[in-house]
Design a binder for this molecule. Structure first.
Ligand SMILES: [Zn+2]
Ligand SMILES: [Zn+2]
Length: 734
């Protein structure tokens, strides 16, 4: 037994959140000679496992360790004056750590920009502008022959002028240097947020007005609002009305979108309507730009911040509203460590800030609909498109027994041809990139598979190779079957490359835009392609999910879902919801301006209830049916779920690890433990993945088991031979 320390012999220690995989806080002695505690959330330098790292100070207290004399000292305090983590942020990050079971040291660092996490000072605006110094007439002191200096003084006048602008007007930096040394001008920081004239916004429809007024009347306290608006109904107009009201009240707004690809369009639209810069936070911009956005939000200088998932942790001086657009989108869930749902964190944050949150979608998640039904969220509906255009008409094309050209039926080709002949655009959605889904031997049925994964290799033509879409393995296309040496090899299943080829062949004089992750490598490429689409007349757009997300294509009047079936028979309990949302979103790309739209869904299962529903009923009706089914089966949103997943290069290690862990977990009548079971794609990138699913009536019960798993997991014999993690509210259970 270790004796309890006597209270009066325990030294005062600092409790530090240290970035490490360990689920606990650490005690350090204060730095030598440090008389004062820093503010809660201040960054400190410490030595941890032989490395210098940045930690976060939380509190000081008497040591709780039996032998505190071995404690190390904090090396130094970085944030001496004030903490960069604001009070409400610290509360959010502590909740994040508790709820998603993220080690506290890792959770706290999420509240800082990347450069701040490295110990750098907060971003400051650069001194890249000049103004005239007060007092005196500068022209009186400058000799007549110093013409450039006199020109510069005239150009600066009473304004703050950027040195770059002056140089464009022929004032060299040496002239500026002379003026600085004569103390006639001084450097000042650039204005933090650029402002410009607002562009007139379109008149709101009666419906948009009604919903905006209702929302604006509830801006002064926490409330979650679900804004369900059919595709093209102008949810953004409603967001903007609310944002203007919040800014007018000197508060700030955080807007979260699911994909980086949606930020350029949204940013441009918001800046036009609000007349000020909207800084971005996402991984596609430089660390220094992100640091700038972070600092502008923290200081209160940026009225609106737009970002993807990680922006939910940004500091705000006075947050007055959060908007989460496309709230149903699975991309809002971070799929690797640290795992969290940005939507759910945003709701918690709004609650902590006592500000409202608007969740917007044409196809709300079943969770949000259930929360409306339970009275937890307020439901607002936009059911009309502003120009009075109706939703596109949807027809099913039964492809059984049809001869398809690269996956397309004659009917689809006819509709595409019609749209193009009217100078309109056609959009083809197919959920597979590459030329063909797999390469198969015509004689023996052999399929080229990935040696690392339980998956076939996709065929690519440009350049020719086979590629695994799960582990990114690439290899050259074989000429012969590896089993029977036959040379009769053919591609199965159509991908975007093949469809693109067909479109070029059929419509040789039409521009064809392919949008998938092979053709669009970054957000700039996406933006420029979207610009070209918007500038083009008739054109064919084809691509994967990238095309379905939130983008507005006013000239598209014909949408073809090339193959609805490959998503239809997934065993995941969320698969139907996802497919439904995807089809409704893709269909919604058609006919969004004044032109009516037509949607063709090609399927070999035209009688499948889900396909029938998409064709005949509104999303809200279909969602209620799915919700009733989940209720019956006690699946989320009813009850709660968690998973423990384990990856190992030796399959038995993954099974044995989970088996022995499961024996130590409390299985009560409340929380059921299922497994260990293999995940649907058991082998991925050479690792075998198994899981235990925990299912309980409430999150509390699931949490009890998950916390125990974290405690016991690292003590397992096999813990060093496997990699494992826990996930609460998993979006996939396969
Ligand atoms: Zn063969
Ligand atoms: Zn692979």
């Amino acid at each position: 037994m270790i004796p309890e320390p006597k209270a009066n012999s325990s030294p005062l220690v600092w409790v530090i959140a240290v970035p490490s995989p360990l689920h606990r806080l650490f005690e350090y002695l204060p730095p030598d000679g440090e008389a004062f505690n820093p503010a809660c959330g201040a960054r400190v330098r410490i030595s941890f496992s032989g490395r210098d790292v940045i930690g976060v100070f939380l509190e000081s207290r008497l040591s709780r360790l039996p032998n505190p004399s071995t404690l190390k000292r904090v090396t130094s305090v970085i944030d001496v004056a004030a903490s960069l983590l604001l009070h409400e942020q610290s509360a959010l990050l502590q909740w994040l750590s508790d709820y998603y079971l993220i080690p506290p040291g890792e959770a706290y660092l999420l509240g800082l920009s990347n450069t701040e996490r490295k110990g750098n000072l907060q971003w400051e605006p650069p001194l890249d502008h000049v103004v005239l110094r007060e007092g005196g007439d500068p022209l009186a002191t400058i000799p007549k022959r110093a013409r450039r200096q006199r020109d510069a003084i005239a150009l600066i006048g009473n304004n703050s002028v950027s040195i770059a602008d002056l140089s464009e007007q022929g004032i060299s930096t040496s002239v500026i240097r002379s003026l600085l040394s004569l103390s006639l001008v001084e450097k000042v920081p650039s204005p933090p947020i650029s402002r410009h004239a607002k562009r007139a916004s379109p008149d709101l429809t009666e419906e948009q007005k009604r919903v905006s007024i209702e929302l604006i009347s509830k801006l002064n306290h926490f409330r979650a609002h679900l804004l369900e608006g059919i595709t093209g109904s102008g949810k953004t107009e409603v967001y903007l009305e609310c944002i203007k009201a919040v800014i007018a009240n000197n508060q700030q707004v955080l807007v979260i979108v699911p994909e980086i690809g949606l930020t350029p369009q949204t940013k441009a639209r918001f800046e036009d309507a609000l007349g000020c810069e909207v800084p971005l936070i996402h991984s596609g911009i430089t660390e220094s730009d992100r640091g700038r956005s972070w600092a502008l939000a923290r200081s209160g200088l940026a009225p609106v911040i737009l970002g993807t998932r990680s922006a939910v942790f940004c500091s705000f001086r006075s947050l007055g509203l959060i908007v989460v657009d496309e709230e149903h989108d699975p991309s809002l869930k971070q799929q690797d460590h640290p795992r969290y749902s940005a939507r759910d964190v945003a709701i918690k944050r709004a609650q902590l800030c006592n500000c409202p949150i608007i969740l917007g979608s044409a196809t709300p998640s079943l969770e949000s609909i259930a929360n409306c039904d339970a009275g937890k969220y307020q439901h607002h509906i936009l059911s009309e498109r502003p120009q009075g255009t109706s939703l596109p008409s949807i027809s099913l094309v039964d492809t059984r027994g049809l001869a398809l050209a690269s996956g397309l039926s004659d009917q689809a080709i006819t509709e595409i041809t019609r749209a193009l002949s009217r100078d309109e655009q056609a959009l083809l959605f197919i959920n597979r990139r590459g030329f063909a889904h797999s390469l198969q031997c015509e004689d023996c049925g052999w399929v080229a598979g990935c040696h690392q994964c339980d998956s076939s290799l996709s065929v690519h033509r440009n350049p020719p190779h086979l590629s695994c879409h799960h582990c990114q393995t690439k290899r050259s296309t074989p000429r012969q079957c590896e089993e029977c040496q036959s040379i009769r090899l053919s591609g199965r299943g159509v991908g975007t490359e093949q469809l693109e080829l067909l479109m070029h062949r059929l419509f040789s004089d039409m521009p064809v835009f392919r949008i998938d992750s092979d053709s669009i490598k970054n957000v700039d490429a996406l933006t420029s392609t979207l610009d070209s689409i918007s500038a083009a007349g008739s054109a064919v757009l084809l691509g994967t999910q990238m095309l379905s997300k939130g983008h507005n294509f006013p000239k598209v009047t014909c949408v073809v879902v090339v193959d609805a079936d490959n998503l239809l028979f997934s065993p995941d309990f969320r698969a139907e919801e996802r497919l439904l949302q995807l089809l409704v979103q893709v269909a919604g790309r058609a006919g969004r301006a004044t032109l009516p739209g037509k949607v063709l869904i090609q399927t070999r299962c035209p009688d499948h209830p889900l396909i029938q529903e998409v064709a005949n009923n509104a999303y809200s009706e279909q969602a209620r049916r799915l919700l009733a089914r989940r209720e019956e089966l006690s699946l989320p949103p009813k009850g709660a779920m968690g998973v423990i997943r384990c990856d190992a290069s030796a399959e038995t290690n993954a099974i044995d690890f989970l088996d022995s862990l499961k024996k130590q977990l409390p299985s009560t009548s409340h929380a059921r433990l299922l497994g260990p079971m293999p995940t649907l794609m058991t082998r991925r990138a050479g690792m075998y993945r198994y899981q235990i699913i925990i299912h309980g009536p409430t999150r509390r019960e699931v949490h009890v088991v998950m916390k125990k798993a974290i405690e016991m997991g690292s003590q397992q014999k096999l813990a060093r031979k496997v990699s494992w993690f826990v996930e609460i509210d998993p979006t996939e259970t396969l």
